[in-house]
Design a protein. Structure first.
Length: 565
């Protein structure tokens, strides 16, 4: 019996199933077609999982194609980053690494064929005039005065456009469809424009560039794509997609639209993300606060968690906002199973155990991961001086504070019970050291023979063996759930969270972390999940990024009924 779990059904799969049943297609061939004008974000991850996942489940193919039709904004850096992100998510396009720019010659030939057919013409209207002639949603447009040029004149002008005889913006090639069509995109759309821009792949070989709408469907056709899956904003483009393919009489894929991902407390517009980068409001495209795949990777998210997130949110036709805590829950569940446990103290307060022998160091066994027995145990050193979290001590605690305070006893994880006997302060009255005693009968943290119990167990690090690290604590990038919906006249950047990053220097880590490698992920007991920064960590200067806290905020959102609204 095949126990492989079946993929969740959705409307995209239903359409594909019907196509396979009725014989429109005999295979499934998809593509992921990003524009190389920025780094991929979590919304692209959803599309990647959908397109590559469909190809996997239907035993078909999925191409990776750069839709590079705008040389002003595109760069090989972005193309390479896209490839790295797709690979990191676990997908392989094999030898199907394509670019729309690969097809510039064929697209030009096809444009010539539409000119010869009488359904494309060269227009001299300026951009503003084209907009004026187009009309409105309630008023039909009017024909360009150049719409009825002869085929011969159009062929001559288009060839001269290609040859570079005209200045930028002087002429365009437009499809001749219907200036009164209710769909504004069918009112003689642009196919080519003159732009003397250096292309990151083709150099200066071309001075005319195809529009996205002209290049996209034809690129799908050239590659043998069967199902061209786009986000919902392209639904209105589908009639134009179909019109071009029908006019050419070539292989005709089926375009299908689904709702894009909107994630709370961030923006998923590449234009706005680029603005954050260029204005220096973040450190780069891979800043761990950014919703980019490279940013989430640097923060410590895992490909498995992102895959689970994509599976949970599913594929739908309705736009909605998904709360960030759902993504964090997926990360937390994945790391809970895979991340080793260690002890780290972020804001250290020294504890001197006065009745512990000076110079003595002993080791205790610590569990690496209670969720994974195969992870085994490790040794943690213990000595007369240890670090604890400053927040784990209060000199005058409230009634429900159960951690360390004068005269109170607590358990040190894996080690001993200790009792605070004296508080040492500096001249300004700040607590700088605690003097404590320990009970040797509680070795390993066991309950003593007299059966007394304590209400708190603290993590700690032996002072003599501790290693130093910088720890970066992250919060949401924006203070509002939907930054794109701020009131008119309000700068969306005004809702940036000033507390989205806190840098903690001088954190103390147990010595087992001395040789950590970039991107390794750990649970700091009681503090959360952390990842070794892949950019800034180096020998002798370890930097950790907090991936997620231990607290599951998603449960609270579910109880309040706010998730996915």
């Amino acid at each position: 019996m095949d126990e492989t779990p079946k993929p969740k059904s959705n409307f995209v799969r239903d359409i594909i199933d019907e196509h396979l049943r009725n014989g429109r297609f005999t295979k499934v061939h998809t593509r992921f077609p990003p524009e190389p004008n920025g780094y991929l974000h979590i919304g692209h991850a959803k599309s990647i999982h959908l397109n590559f996942g469909l190809a996997r489940d239907y035993k078909g193919l999925c191409n990776l194609r750069m839709d590079d039709t705008n040389p002003e904004t595109e760069d090989m850096e972005y193309a390479n980053a896209i490839k790295e992100d797709v690979r990191w998510l676990g997908f392989d396009w094999e030898d199907r690494d394509y670019y729309a720019s690969d097809y510039y010659g064929k697209l030009y030939e096809w444009a010539v064929s539409l000119v010869k057919k009488g359904v494309a013409y060269v227009c001299d209207l300026s951009v503003d005039q084209v907009r004026e002639y187009r009309g409105t949603v309630t008023k039909a447009g009017k024909d360009s005065p150049f719409r009825n040029r002869s085929v011969e004149e159009n062929l001559d002008l288009f060839a001269r456009m290609r040859a570079g005889e005209f200045p930028d913006g002087a002429k365009t090639l437009r499809a001749k469809i219907d200036m009164a069509n209710p769909n504004m995109l069918l009112r003689d759309p642009l196919m080519y424009r003159i732009r003397r821009e250096h292309h990151y792949r083709t150099g200066d070989a071309w001075c005319i560039y195809p529009t996205y709408d002209w290049a996209h469907g034809q690129s799908d056709s050239i590659e043998g794509v069967t199902h061209s899956i786009c986000t919902l904003e392209f639904e209105v483009h589908r009639p134009l997609y179909d019109w071009f393919l029908d006019q050419l009489g070539v292989h005709h894929p089926q375009q299908i639209e689904f709702a894009r991902l909107n994630l709370s407390h961030t923006v998923l517009s590449k234009r706005r993300l680029l603005e954050l980068v260029e204005s220096g409001l973040v450190s780069g495209w891979d800043d761990p606060r950014m919703p980019t795949i490279s940013g989430f990777r640097r923060r410590g998210f895992t490909p498995e968690a992102i895959a689970n997130f994509a599976d949970i949110i599913g594929v739908a036709k309705d736009n909605s906002i998904v709360d960030m805590p759902l993504l964090e829950m997926c990360v937390r569940e994945n790391l809970n199973k895979s991340a080793p446990r260690v002890m780290a103290v972020l804001r250290p307060l020294k504890v001197v155990i006065t009745n512990y022998p000076e110079g003595k160091v002993e080791e205790f066994d610590a569990v690496n991961n209670p969720e994974d027995e195969s992870a085994g145990m490790r040794k943690v050193p213990f000595s007369r001086e240890v670090w604890i979290e400053r927040d784990d001590f209060m000199e005058n605690p409230p009634s429900k504070f159960y951690r360390l305070s004068p005269g109170r006893e607590v358990r040190l994880r894996y080690a001993y019970f200790i009792k605070c006997e004296e508080v040492v302060k500096d001249a300004a009255g700040n607590v700088i050291e605690l003097r404590c005693t320990y009970d040797p009968a509680t070795r390993g943290g066991d309950t003593p023979p007299d059966g007394r119990k304590v209400k708190a167990t603290l993590h700690w690090v032996s002072a003599g063996q501790a290693i130093d690290a910088e720890v970066r604590l992250y919060d949401t990038l924006f203070t509002v759930r939907d930054p794109s919906s701020v009131a008119e006249g309000v700068d969306w950047k005004a809702t940036l969270n000033p507390k989205s990053l806190e840098v903690v220097k001088g954190a103390k880590l147990e010595p087992s972390l001395a040789g950590v490698v970039p991107e390794s992920r750990w649970q700091f007991e009681r503090l959360g999940y952390f990842c070794v920064d892949r950019r800034d960590s180096k020998a002798g200067a370890i930097v950790f990024n907090r991936t997620v806290t231990l607290r599951d905020e998603w449960a609270r959102l579910i109880s309040s009924g706010r998730e996915n609204k």
